[in-house]
Write a protein that binds this ligand. Structure first.
Ligand SMILES: *Cc1c(COP(=O)(O)O)cnc(C)c1O
Length: 249
């Protein structure tokens, strides 16, 4: 596909996604302007990031450090528009230092080791405090389970019972800011049920950390339900960019 055709396709997808966001917000009695669209551009080239930024997207998400760091640097060279980079994928401790050097928000903090690694990375990069979302596991088996030593579930995400302790650890590091919660609901759970649990956990977190107002929830398939349940940030890949290559997606 030629570059102009691809840019036109991305603009059309963006209009459709913005309409879905507005419709869901209206149904929930919410102002659509309070919901931030994060374009998840993993496996897509920087040209797509540029086209979406030109169409008005300000927030981009990536899930692998290698791709994210390259794309963020390429974008900065090519475009004068300032955008925010969100790291949304599972994060290995040994990648935290790199992520802390370019990310504006990290959505996937789910264990204490990651808190220290990110904080040390921010300090090494001499950057402003990094906004951190606590990724919560909404796996029904995790809700009432006693946590292991790390508090993180097998699939990623802190168990709900360990959320507040992890938030206190983040708050104890001046390099980090407790900004909210994030979740990817398990396949076998009704998304509405999972998002409503996340909303309750967000309220419990906000009672302790007043600034932790972000709720990162909702992807291409379930953004409407997430918005009805309070999502402030939706992470959209497929509905904006099309299907990812099955071999690498
Ligand atoms: C890939 C990804 C998304 C985007 O998913 P789509 O279903 O393609 O919209 C959102 N969140 C996370 C954590 C992802 O890894």
């Amino acid at each position: 596909m030629s570059a102009p055709d691809r840019a036109a396709e991305l603009r059309a997808n963006l209009r459709a996604v913005r309409l879905r966001i507005a419709t869901a917000a209206e149904r929930a009695g919410r102002d659509p302007n309070t919901i931030t669209l994060i374009a998840v551009t993993k496996f897509f080239p920087v040209a797509d990031v540029l086209a979406l930024a030109e169409a008005g997207v300000t927030d981009f998400g990536e899930s692998r450090d290698q791709d994210a760091s390259t794309k963020a640097a390429e974008f900065a060279d090519l475009s004068p528009s300032p955008v925010s980079w969100h790291f949304v994928g599972r994060l290995q401790t040994n990648k935290a230092r790199s992520v802390a050097s370019y990310a504006d928000v990290v959505h996937s903090v789910d264990r204490a080791a990651l808190v220290d690694a990110l904080a040390n990375g921010v300090r090494a990069a001499d950057r402003a405090p990094l906004a951190v979302l606590l990724q919560v596991s909404l796996d029904v088996n995790d809700v009432n389970t006693i946590a292991g030593p790390s508090g993180a579930s097998e699939r990623g995400g802190v168990r709900p019972g360990d959320l507040l302790a992890l938030a206190d650890q983040v708050a104890s590091r001046p390099e980090l800011v407790v900004a909210g919660v994030m979740s990817v609901p398990p396949q076998d759970r009704d998304p509405a049920d999972a998002f409503s649990e996340l909303l309750q956990l967000s309220a419990a977190l906000r009672a302790q950390h007043g600034g932790a107002t972000m709720i990162s929830a909702g992807m291409s398939a379930d953004l409407d339900s997430a918005i009805e349940h309070g999502a402030t940030h939706v992470r959209i890949g497929t509905a904006l960019l099309g299907p990812r290559k099955p071999t690498i997606g």
